[in-house]
Design a protein around this ligand. Structure first.
Ligand code: GLU
Length: 493
């Protein structure tokens, strides 16, 4: 039997980074086994539906390099792939459960259910449920005469369909990550399967779809573990074999606890995949990083691209414990993939970013030299523009921190350097000569190297740090360097 997995997000907002990891583990598992990766949109909760969410999910997966084999954008044989388009199917299956005695119609109003709860609470039951005991005194097709049930249904009265959860049974299943998991049904409500608006609940739709879409493995976040026994009960009620389950460890915040949206924001961690896209992260870096967020190949290797990850990934190496989201580590990966990328690959991206920031990037040869000078220094592609802005435009402002290093004697040092380099002919305006000129000033003034170098850097680049200064000055050219020095002396003297 060939492996079929699904990523089944609810389109309630932008794709969360935890959701992207779930998708990734499904994708890696599918590819490792030569199986199929299905995208299913679980849009049965109309109150939480967000219009653009599906497009955001698909865009995010594509950006990350995951090809969807079947989904709303790539229809296969078991569609439709949006639950809202499968409504009729859920009704049929709910009816099947009613006919086999595993589910029933319930007509109770919210008030009646509240009343039941209050009554039970008052008699000492701290967590009253609609269950095997209480259902006997409620208004449902198990207690009402058959003809009354039919009359109510025909009259179009509101109803829900509930699962007849067996009393005091232990539901057991083997989770590929967590081992044997067992739950007592005594803790379960008679789950609503069809809501009064005619929509299925998550539980019914999820089970019907996993079955009818021939899903072999359900790989999802730990927060769904408590739903698993309800699903197992449903599979039993239908007489279907349940898919194999694997519940992934939580993603934790560096300060402890689950990485919630609020926590992530306060710790400077982008929470939605779209923020990584607009934040110019390398998709390979994010993927490599996320793969290791709860999994490792069992040796000390850390760098693997998608293809290698597909080969290496197995569920038995996924950890049970929560995985801490370390943003520094992500930046380490990002820097790695930037270094790996060639100047040719980076160039069009930097060009687009620089132009979007309003800079004139001159010609390609110029831009390539800029990239070469900065390649070893940046950890994110937008830093080429940030750090390299002075290559495109004379500094408008001088960096405040850098100015702390602009001392009383700095103008004199810069002037001395200005004299030396203005004596160089155009064709002599080369890194080696520019360096020799600075060394000459250092010797004449009997000061440390930094005493001259730092003010020259500030004057010509506006910054206190940056790429190798002399090749940078060579690239800027004699006229430009001298003009910048002139301006700086006027403004900073
Ligand atoms: N729709 C659920 C979600 O938003 C799917 C959970 C599952 O994979 O069963 O994550």
């Amino acid at each position: 039997m060939s492996v079929r997995v699904r990523f089944a997000p609810s389109p309630t907002g932008f794709l969360h980074i935890g959701g992207l990891r779930t998708a990734l583990y499904n994708y890696l598992f599918a590819r490792h086994h030569g199986g199929t990766f299905v995208l299913r949109i679980e849009d049965t909760d109309q109150s939480r539906y967000v219009e653009d969410a599906e497009a955001d999910i698909i865009r995010s997966l594509e950006w990350a390099g995951m090809t969807i084999d079947e989904g709303p954008n790539a229809p296969g044989d078991v569609g439709p792939y949006r639950q809202s388009e499968r409504k009729a199917m859920y009704h049929e299956y709910a009816k099947q459960l009613i006919e086999s005695g595993n589910a029933y119609y319930a007509f109770d109003t919210t008030e009646e259910i509240d009343e039941m709860r209050e009554r039970l609470k008052a008699s000492g039951n701290p967590s009253p449920k609609y269950d095997s005991i209480t259902r006997q005194s409620m208004k449902n097709s198990l207690t009402l005469p058959q003809d009354e049930v039919e009359r109510r249904l025909e009259a179009g009265e509101e109803y829900v369909v509930r699962l007849k959860v067996p009393r005091r049974e232990t539901v057991k299943f083997e989770d590929l990550i967590r081992g044997i998991v067992s739950f007592d049904t005594a803790g379960l409500d008679d789950q609503v399967l069809l809501k009064s608006d005619g929509m299925p609940t998550y539980h019914l739709a999820n089970v019907v779809d996993d079955h009818t879409m021939n899903i072999t493995h359900v790989i999802r976040g730990e927060e769904w573990l408590s739903s698993a026994p309800k699903h197992i009960l449903l599979y039993q009620a239908f007489g279907w074999e349940a898919p194999t389950m694997a519940h992934l460890p939580l993603i934790m915040s560096p300060s402890g606890g689950k990485l919630s949206k609020r926590k992530a924001e306060s710790e400077g961690i982008p929470v939605n995949t779209k923020d990584y896209i607009s934040g110019n992260y390398e998709p390979e870096a994010l993927i490599n990083f996320l793969a290791y967020l709860g999994w490792s190949p069992g040796d000390d290797s850390e760098i693997h691209d998608m293809k290698e990850l597909c080969e290496l990934f197995t569920l038995d190496r996924v950890s049970k414990g929560g995985a801490v989201f370390n943003h520094k580590k992500l930046m380490w990966y990002n820097e790695h993939y930037i270094r790996e990328a060639s100047i040719e690959d980076l160039q069009p991206r930097v060009k687009a970013l620089a132009e979007a920031a309003g800079y004139d990037t001159k010609d390609d040869a110029y831009l390539n030299t800029v990239l070469g000078l900065l390649h070893e220094r940046v950890s994110k592609v937008d830093e080429f523009v940030e750090m390299g802005s002075f290559f495109f435009e004379a500094p408008k402002e001088y960096d405040e921190k850098a100015l702390k290093k602009w001392k009383d004697d700095s103008p004199g040092m810069v002037k001395a350097y200005q004299e030396k380099v203005s004596a160089l002919a155009e064709e002599e305006f080369k890194a080696a000569n520019l360096k020799a000129a600075l060394e000459a000033v250092v010797a004449e003034q009997e000061v440390g190297f930094g005493k001259v170098m730092m003010p020259v850097r500030i004057a010509t680049t506006g910054q206190g740090f940056g790429p190798d200064l002399f090749p940078a000055l060579e690239l800027l050219g004699k006229d430009e360097v001298l003009a910048r020095i002139e301006t700086a002396l006027e403004r900073l003297a």
